[in-house]
Structure formats: C-alpha cells, structure tokens
Ligand binder design. Structure first.
Ligand SMILES: Cc1ncc(COP(=O)(O)O)c(C=O)c1O
Length: 417
C-alpha cells in the first residue's frame, strides 16, 4: 500500500499514484469511450483492443475461407479446452480441470446434478441465503426434477454451522454479487469436506480479479462467467471446474454429443468422455469463444497479485474519498469495511440508489444498481485510474446534491438496471 497524506486527498495525490502504477500501460489495451468512467467491469468487462482484430480474422479468414474445415484447420473444436486451460491458470486450477461451455446457470445445473449423484443417501443442498438468485433457482429446478431432496439456506457467515452429514453439496459465491463480500474459499471448503459434502463455488465475481488457488484449497467444483472480469464480451460463454480427483466419478445429466467419449463415432448410446470434456454438451459458440480467448491472453499478461494489490488500494481510496467528499449525503457502505474482505468492488447504499445511478450514468460515470438500494461500483485494476476515482466521487457528490430522485424520468426502471 502506498503512503497517503492524512489531509483530504487531492487530485495531485491520485495523479501521482497513476504515475507510479505498474499496471497503467494496460489501460491502452482496452477500447474505453472518451468521457466515460467505467465502474461496471464486474458486470460486463470493456472491449480489449485485440478482440475486434481477432474476431474479424475468425470471421473473414477462418469462417469465410475455411468454412467447415475450420473445426480442424483452426482447431475450433479444441477451443473450449484451450480457453479452459487459460482460465485455469487465472483461478489456480491444474491442467485439465477447466472447460469453457454454456452459461453459468446451465453449468450450475450440470454440476449440482453430478454432485447429488456422487453423494447418494444425502438429501440436502445447502446454499448461501441471499446469494445470486440464479444459484438458488437452479437448485430449485433440479430438486423439483429429481424429487426427494431439499434446499437449506443459511447466511454466508453461518454456512459452516449449517453443514451436517445430510448435505450432499454446498453452493456459495466467492464474492457476493451485491455487497462485494469475499468468502473464505479454503475454510468453507474444508468445513464442507469435514461433513463429507462437496463444495461448489460460484466464481462469477472473483475470476480474473481475485487471486485464488482452487487446487491448493481442494475445491471440488466451480463455475463462473466469461463476461465480467474476464472481459469476454456480452453473453460470453461460462467456465466450469471439476477437481481432477473427482472427474472419473462425476457425470452430468446434459449428455450432449460433444461430451461423448467419441463424438464423431455417432454411436447409439452415450459414453462420457474422460476428464473435463464430459461437461461439454453441444456445439461451442466459436465467435464468443475466440473473443474470450483473446481477453484471457490479456489478463494472463498481468500479474494477478499486482492486480489484487491495486484493487485493494482502489477500494480503500474510493472509500476514503466517499467519506471525505460525500459526508452527510445519505450514503452508507454496504459490505465489509476492510477492502481485504471484499472482491474488486465497493457497494454503497442510498435510499434513492436507483435514481442516483441513473444520474451518474447521465454524467458519464457508469456503476450499476442492485435492489433495493445498492449502488455497485466495480473497481477493475487493469484499466481504472486512481484519478478516475476522484472524478467519479466528485460526480457522485454533485449528483446527490442535485437530488435526482425528484426527477420522475430517473425513477422509471429500465429493462436491465
Ligand atoms: C454470481 C453470479 N452467478 C451467476 C450468474 C449468471 O450467469 P449466467 O447468466 O451466465 O447464467 C451471474 C450473472 O450476473 C452472477 O452474477
């Protein structure tokens, strides 16, 4: 952490930090619109400059010229595993433990079903209360289908206590989507194992932003999104991790042909592929895979520990600026006060949070809103400057002073908040 003066922070303090920032050159590797301060890379990462060039090559040269030969000539068929290897390096997995496929929700379904089958005689799925809704929804859909199991919810800080010998699988988010709270990957996984349960982690808000060691923490299963901190683009495919020690034992129910041991033998019956490939289902979306592949290369150029160090500093400084510049304007911190207990985001609560977010977006500062009252600010260290924080918090103060909740047009909810 840099030494900062005790008086209120000035623009020059932040500019000095930018000057000394070893990650500063990465900003140029993203196409960021002028006049925008982007605080939503935790929801949809911005466009890496190398992606349009890669996509135009894939479209015009690979698809345009190779046609169907592209599956072999450009190894499109290998992309889910190749990109999986790259994401594996970002999340501390071993080789052959990650594949890119489907959406996070679908991958949750596959792994939850595989986990229930691997723990016969146990009838409980334990989930974090108030976790990301799709996680619970997917459990509910699955349990409705299989029958005879039940859902148990517990607050994240009580999950370890809520475990018992009836729990087949525990599902928890590594970073809470709304508050940004970072959970104890190692401790909770060990607690699940103590009761013979499997630990399934949702890494949507941590992959690419928080260094982690899935293999060393003996995490069993994990999923995560490609479009958030991994910067794979809107609707990018998701990833799925299964620890090698479980791969032979676990089978998933979406037994599509590309998860078959020999897809092009067109056999009459399903036989799961060995290893992580059995978690594939249908044809991979090559354009989106290629974009995610290029985006992962960019992240792999950076040192994740350096990213985390900057992210902690951004979080601490943002918090301090809000205290210094927005005191008495109705904001409250949502989530842990210690940046080390958060992912790469900071969430603020305001009774009129929605209108405040809309007013900020009008001013070119883009966070997002999560009901009922949370202004969620993603602090992606690869392209955010310290000076951006000062400017964003100044806009926040001005927006609050203007009381945007008095403007009816800012109260109307848009389709995507
Ligand atoms: C924590 C978390 N899990 C899962 C999802 C859902 O991912 P998908 O839409 O790819 O199914 C999201 C989406 O924002 C998320 O934030």
């Amino acid at each position: 952490m840099s030494e900062l003066p005790h008086r209120p922070l000035r623009h020059s303090d932040l500019a000095d930090l930018d000057h000394r920032d070893p990650l500063a050159p990465f900003r140029r590797r993203f196409q960021l619109p002028k006049g925008v301060i982007y605080l939503d890379g935790n929801s949809l990462g911005p466009l890496p400059t190398a992606v349009p060039e890669r996509l135009s090559r894939v479209i015009e040269e690979e698809w345009g010229r190779s046609l169907i030969r592209g599956w072999n000539d450009h190894d499109w068929i290998g992309l889910p595993l190749r990109v999986g290897e790259k994401i594996g390096r970002l999340i501390g997995a071993e080789s052959g433990e990650v594949v890119v496929t489907d959406s996070t929700s679908v991958n949750l379904f596959k792994l939850l079903a595989a986990a229930l089958k691997a723990r016969p005689g146990r009838s409980t799925v334990l989930v974090e209360e108030d976790g990301f809704p799709t996680d619970t929804y997917m459990v509910q859909g699955l349990l409705d289908l299989v029958g005879g199991h039940r859902l148990r919810r517990a607050p994240a800080e009580k999950l370890a206590e809520a475990l018992d010998d009836d729990v087949a699988v525990m599902l928890v988010g590594h970073v809470h989507y709304r508050s940004g709270a970072l959970r104890d990957l190692h401790g909770l996984t060990a607690a699940a194992h103590h009761h013979g349960a499997l630990a399934l982690w949702d890494l949507a808000h941590s992959a690419g932003a928080v260094p982690m060691e899935l293999a060393a923490c003996r995490v069993d299963l994990a999923v995560g999104c490609g479009y958030k901190f991994l910067n794979g683009g809107p609707g990018a495919p998701a990833f799925l991790y299964v620890a090698r020690r479980l791969q032979d034992e676990l089978t998933q129910p979406l037994s599509g042909w590309l998860g078959h041991a020999d897809p092009f033998a067109f056999e009459a019956d399903y036989r799961p592929a060995p290893g992580i490939a059995r978690h594939l289902c249908g044809t991979p979306p090559i354009l989106s895979m290629a974009a995610l592949d290029t985006a992962c290369d960019l992240l792999l150029e950076a040192d994740l520990e350096a990213l985390r160090a900057k992210s902690l500093e951004l979080g601490g400084i943002f918090q301090r600026l809000v205290e210094e510049r927005c005191a008495g304007l109705g904001l409250e911190l949502a989530g842990p006060a210690d940046p080390r207990q958060r992912g790469s985001q900071i969430s603020l609560r305001h009774p009129h949070g929605y209108a405040v977010v809309r007013a900020l977006v009008e001013r070119g500062v883009i966070p997002d809103f999560r009901g009922p009252d949370v202004i969620r600010c993603g602090l992606a260290p690869l392209y955010l400057r310290y000076a951006d924080l000062g400017a964003a918090v100044d806009h926040l103060r001005q927006a609050l002073e203007e009381e945007p909740w008095r403007r009816p047009e800012l109260q109307t909810r848009q389709g995507v908040p």
